[in-house]
Structures are given as structure tokens and as C-alpha cells.
Design a protein around this ligand. Structure first.
Ligand code: WT7
Length: 638
């Protein structure tokens, strides 16, 4: 086996053996690492595609992340917070516990009850995890929205979740600017009578309008009891909704439960990061995405770990910010994205080399495929050839890691660019269109053949869609929508999305969502969006646009208008790199847009590269569509 042989000396082969022989008993044993109020009667209730873990057990996520540490770790820092502007705050486990209980009482005093949904639209400040854990404490379902999303995007999510409280801030810092979050919320909720209150954290002290619904965080927290007993919740009680993009127009509300989800996180956090009491953990993800939910909030706090939480952009004031933070806080474990690494790598080795990174002992990557070249740079320049790199594959829907090397569990030979093996207890395969396993080294679709504890309960309010999106392509198999291959050593290589979902800087963007935004512009008749490889972002967005007849506006002006529209309707992360105005979109006889052909064109491929890829279209048909399109293209780049 070729590869970098590096491990931390742990080798718990018993775990794999047990997991392979009986995954249900295996997970049951892992669940016992958590504190339950009452134990379960049944470990797994599996009526495909609905899994309920630890049925009859009662538990609380806030209790498991805070109360259990008060005996031995009350004064241990939980969060070492670094503001973008250089400010810092330290919150111990005791501080977190007190604030969470107080804020849980605030929510209760506003009439929040078990099962209510609460929108959280906050920057990366400690009040964000505090709000989440306060919801969890009383059984309210938190719905965090990434603070880069626009008012229109928030509106959809508030409407779908029918949340009655919104928690936001006056503003947030991003690359030295103030993003006026409260203004965005004012716009997003103006048509919704069901919103009872907006709670505002004062972060930037910019001027805001306060209406009768609005209340200040500090005032609410001033005179309130710091004791709030954690609710005993059913294991399957929903912990949160997190909206994510898919192949359909509207984002889907991924619903996660409590007992199973926490079991998955407790285990993967321990196995993947080999966490020790002395570690300083740093995950650079924003809590607005699932990585932040699972490995900034729940995973580290379940273990009583100390972690760094950084407020701002990784490249502010320059690309060495992450390295500077590692030096300042003596970080031992770093979990970041290929995009952040590629950005840094572009500026050369001198920057990271000018910081003391010697405290690092383990490195992780998440969110998108990591190219071997970047992997090697990460290994050599950041890890000084002594830190294992774990490349962790998973999704919003899976709740936690699914494929990863696990230095806390076993020694394994790493191969740059491979996620290595599934975590114990999972049966993962690569299959063809008909569901048969493909031979080694053959590209196919990744499938998961048994339920796992972190898996989503359903899509909020839409069981049918849940069944349809994830469980209808293959019988009783979960279909994540990724291409993969398994090599002769059984190692998995993740090869990107197999559906119409893009990964731009690791963020998930649905092409259908973007297309419906573009066609809602009054001059646009039709649109198709695809991705092309991008040196830094992994993928960049390309839009093909057919204008309505008699549109006289210039392409340049329209392009600007469309970019603004996308920013307003979705957010800046969805802005296309290029917009092509074409006279028609290439379609098959049955009317399907030939997406891969568009992608081929955007990638400057020849017809030969794309002809075999198009489903259901004859080669001559593709040829003429290709010629037509090339003739009609007006390329405009940003
Ligand atoms: C999609 C899920 C993982 C949590 C953050 C993103 C891609 C994720 C990897 C990886 C290759 C990866 C997949 C997946 N992806 N991790 N290590 N290697 N691809 O969660 O936004 O739900 O996106 O991200 O395509 O399906 P997400």
C-alpha cells in the first residue's frame, strides 16, 4: 500500500469487529458515553426510511454539553473567542452554563415552549452557541441561518419553519465592514405577524431601529434567574432545523434529533480528533453551516474541550489570520476547508512559516474534495510532516462524519486525497445506476446501506420529499448525491456531486434555486446554471441566460442587474463568476436541458469530451446543440 503511514498509536480493533458484527449493539454501547435521564427501551426502531434511535430514552443536549462538566471543569475555558477586530473573550464552562440557563429563562419568559422554532441569525459571537444551547435546554428547535444570507433567503426559512422568535445582532464584522444584520431581519420579517419578538445582541453598536417587538439581549439578561433545569426530552425530540440546498428550487429543512445525533458526535469527535483534556481545538467553520453545529458547538462541548471560536473572515486583515490565531492560542487540532488552504497556499510558504505552528498535532479537512497537492502542502507546511491529516466526508443530512481516518481509534496509512474508510458501524458502498457494487477503482454513486445515529429524522414538514430525495434512487439505501470510488485497499475517494448541487468554497448551492432566482428577473426567459473548476473555490458558478424577445438593455447592464438580484435574493456566496447570454438552451427532444453540455462549453471542452455524457440524447443532436450554442454565445466575465 502506498501512502503516508502515520497514526497516534491507538489501535482499538475490537471496536471495528464489534461494529461489523452488530451495528445496533455497537451504537448502543457508544450511547452509554452520554448522560441520559432515563435509558431507552429499544436501541433502533427502523421503519425505512425513518430511523428512531434509543427509543424511550430521555436526554438533553444542553445538559450533556454543560451541566456534566460543572464538577470537574467549571473553570476550564470552553470558548476562546477571537473577534475579527482583535478583541477577545474567554468563556469557561461555568460561564457558558450560567449564560445558557439565563437565556433559557429569557426564552421561557417570552412564552417559548418545547417544540417551538427559534430563528438565530447571528455572527460568530459567543451569544450564538449560547442561544442554541438555551433552545436545546428547553426543547425549542433552533434554526440557525448563516449571517451571509439575504433577507429574501431568510424570509423563506422563517416562513417554512414558522418561528416565533428571532435572535439577531445589530451588526456583524466581515472583512472590517459592518454587516447590518438587524436591518436584514427587519426586511425579512415585515410581512410575518407570527413573529412575536426579535432579540438583538449589541455587537457593533451601529444605529438600529427598535420596534415594539424588538428587545435587547443585555436588558433581557439583566435581571433573570440563572437556574433553569434542563428538560427531559425524548431521544428523537428535534434539536434543530438547518436549511440546505438541493436539486429543487427551495432549500430543504434538514431536521436532526437529539440522542442519536449526540451519540454520533460524541463518538466521531473522539475517534477523529483523538481529543485530550489538554487540547486546544480550532474549527474554522461558521456555525451557520452544519460543520459549525456539529464540530464547533456540540462535539467539542460534549467532551468538555477548549476551543477557539473566530468571528471573522480567514483572510482578514490578511491570509495569515488563521496561522496567527494558532500561534496565539497554541492550537493543537485544526479543522478547516480546502478553500481556506488553497487561498493561503497561493500566497506562498513564507506566511505560515513565519508563525509558530509547533503546537499542532492533528489536522482536518472538510466540505469539499481536497486535491492531493493541497493535502501535501497542508501536511508539509502546516503540519511539518508530523501531524496526521483527516479528510472527513459527510453532509448536513448525515449529522456527523461518515468517512474519515480516525487517529483516536486506530493507526492507518493515509493517502493524500482519500477520505480512507467509513467510520465503524456504517455500511458504505459504491454502486452503479442499477444499484450493484462496482469493481474497485471504478467511479460510481456512493450509498449508505444502513441507518446511523446522526442521520436526519426527516425534512421539516415534508416526509414525502425526504423519502423521494434520499431513499428513492435505491431501495432502502440512503443516496447522498456524491460520486466516489473505492480502491483496491478499500479506501474511498470522493469525487464530487453527482447531482445539480454545486460546492462553491465548500458551500452548497442548488442550481435550481439560482435558476429560479435568475428567471424571476423581468427580462429573462430561461436560465441554466452549472459549475466549473476554480483554483481557489473548488467550483465557480456559470450561468447561461436566454433573454425574452425585444429586450433592448445591454448585456453588461443586465449582467450587473442579475448579480445584484442574486445577492439580494440569496446572498453573495451565490454570485456567478460568468454569465453567458445565449439565444436558446440546448435541449433533448424530450425537452431536458443538456446540462453537461453546458458545463463542457463553460470548461472549453470539445464535443468529443461531452457527447458520451449526455443522457438520452443522440450524438448528432448534441453536436448541433453544441454548434448552435457556440454561435450564439456572448461571453461576459466579471
Ligand atoms: C457535501 C455536503 C461535511 C459538512 C460540511 C458540508 C461534499 C463534504 C467532503 C470531503 C469531498 C466532501 C460532498 C457532500 N463534501 N466533505 N471531505 N471530500 N467532498 O456539508 O453543505 O451538507 O455538503 O459536501 O459533496 O455531499 P454540506
Amino acid at each position: 500500500m502506498s501512502g503516508i503511514n502515520i497514526g497516534l498509536g491507538n489501535n482499538d480493533t475490537e471496536i471495528r469487529r464489534e461494529a461489523n458484527s452488530d451495528f445496533i449493539t455497537f451504537w448502543e454501547r457508544q450511547a452509554k458515553n452520554l448522560s441520559w435521564f432515563s435509558t431507552w427501551k429499544k436501541t433502533l426502531d427502523w421503519s425505512p426510511p425513518f430511523a428512531r434511535w434509543f427509543v424511550g430514552g430521555t436526554i438533553n443536549a444542553s445538559y450533556n454539553t454543560l451541566d456534566i462538566h460543572q464538577q470537574n471543569k467549571a473553570d476550564k475555558p470552553a470558548i476562546l473567542w477571537e473577534g475579527e477586530n482583535g478583541e477577545s473573550r474567554v468563556l469557561t464552562y461555568k460561564d457558558m452554563w450560567t449564560r445558557v440557563q439565563k437565556f433559557a429563562n429569557v426564552l421561557k419568559s417570552l412564552g417559548v415552549q418545547k417544540g417551538d422554532r427559534i430563528i438565530i441569525y447571528l455572527p460568530m459571537i459567543p451569544e450564538l452557541p449560547i442561544s442554541m444551547l438555551a433552545c436545546a435546554r428547553i426543547g425549542a428547535i433552533h434554526t440557525v441561518i448563516f449571517s451571509g444570507f439575504s433577507a429574501a433567503a431568510i424570509k423563506d426559512r422563517i416562513d417554512d419553519s414558522k418561528s416565533k422568535i428571532v435572535i439577531t445582532a445589530d451588526g456583524g464584522y466581515r472583512r472590517g465592514n459592518i454587516i447590518k444584520l438587524k436591518e436584514v431581519i427587519d426586511e425579512a420579517i415585515k410581512d410575518f405577524d407570527f413573529i412575536q419578538n426579535v432579540i438583538v445582541v449589541e455587537r457593533t453598536k451601529n444605529k438600529i431601529n427598535m420596534s415594539s417587538k424588538d428587545m435587547l439581549w443585555n436588558e433581557l439578561m439583566h435581571n433573570i434567574s440563572d437556574t433553569c433545569v434542563a428538560e427531559k426530552l425524548d431521544s428523537s425530540h428535534p434539536l434543530y432545523i438547518l436549511y440546505t440546498s438541493g436539486t429543487t428550487g427551495k432549500p430543504k429543512g434538514v431536521l436532526h434529533g437529539t440522542g442519536g445525533y449526540l451519540t454520533h458526535l460524541y463518538s466521531t469527535f473522539k475517534w477523529a480528533f483523538d481529543i485530550k483534556d489538554s487540547d486546544v481545538f480550532f474549527c474554522t467553520a461558521d456555525i451557520g453551516w452544519v460543520t459549525g453545529h456539529s464540530y464547533v458547538v456540540y462535539g467539542p462541548l460534549l467532551h468538555g474541550a477548549t476551543e477557539v471560536m473566530y468571528e471573522g473572515a480567514p483572510d482578514f486583515p490578511d491570509v495569515s489570520r488563521i496561522w496567527k490565531i494558532i500561534q496565539k492560542y497554541k492550537v493543537t487540532i485544526l479543522y478547516t476547508t480546502p478553500t481556506a488552504l488553497r487561498m493561503s497556499m497561493k500566497f506562498g510558504d513564507d506566511l505560515p512559516n513565519s508563525f509558530d505552528l509547533s503546537t499542532l498535532r492533528l489536522l482536518g479537512s472538510v466540505g469539499e474534495p481536497i486535491n492531493p497537492e493541497v493535502w501535501k502542502w497542508y501536511f508539509k507546511i502546516i503540519g511539518k510532516e508530523k501531524c496526521p491529516i483527516i479528510d472527513t466526508w459527510w453532509q448536513t443530512e448525515t449529522g456527523g462524519m461518515m468517512i474519515s481516518a480516525l487517529p483516536g481509534l486506530e493507526t492507518i496509512s493515509l493517502k493524500p486525497g482519500s477520505g480512507t474508510l467509513p467510520i465503524p458501524g456504517l455500511n458504505i458502498s459504491v454502486v452503479d445506476e442499477t444499484g450493484n457494487d462496482v469493481p474497485p477503482n471504478t467511479k460510481g454513486y456512493l450509498v449508505i446501506k444502513n441507518p446511523w445515529p446522526g442521520m436526519l429524522l426527516t425534512l421539516w414538514g415534508d416526509d414525502e420529499k425526504y423519502r423521494d430525495v434520499y431513499w428513492s434512487k435505491y431501495k432502502n439505501c440512503y443516496y447522498p448525491g456524491d460520486y466516489a470510488l473505492k480502491d483496491t485497499d478499500g479506501y474511498f475517494w470522493l469525487l464530487g456531486r453527482a447531482d445539480d448541487v454545486l460546492k462553491v468554497s465548500g458551500h452548497r448551492i442548488g442550481t435550481a434555486e439560482l435558476e429560479s432566482c435568475i428567471v424571476s428577473h423581468h427580462d429573462v426567459a430561461e436560465s441554466a446554471v452549472c459549475g466549473i473548476p476554480d483554483e481557489i473555490k473548488g467550483e465557480a458558478i456559470i450561468a447561461f441566460v436566454v433573454l425574452k424577445q425585444n429586450v433592448t438593455a445591454e448585456a453588461l447592464i443586465l449582467e450587473k442587474e442579475l448579480s445584484i438580484k442574486i445577492r439580494t435574493d440569496i446572498g453573495a456566496i451565490a454570485t456567478p463568476k460568468q454569465i453567458y447570454f445565449v439565444t436558446a438552451l440546448p435541449k433533448t427532444r424530450s425537452g431536458k436541458i443538456m446540462r453537461r453540455l453546458l458545463k463542457g462549453i463553460a470548461n472549453n471542452e470539445t464535443i468529443g469530451d461531452v457527447s458520451t455524457l449526455e443522457d438520452g440524447a443522440a450524438v448528432t443532436e448534441i453536436q448541433s446543440a453544441f454548434d448552435e450554442l457556440q454561435k450564439s454565445i456572448h461571453k461576459k466575465s466579471n
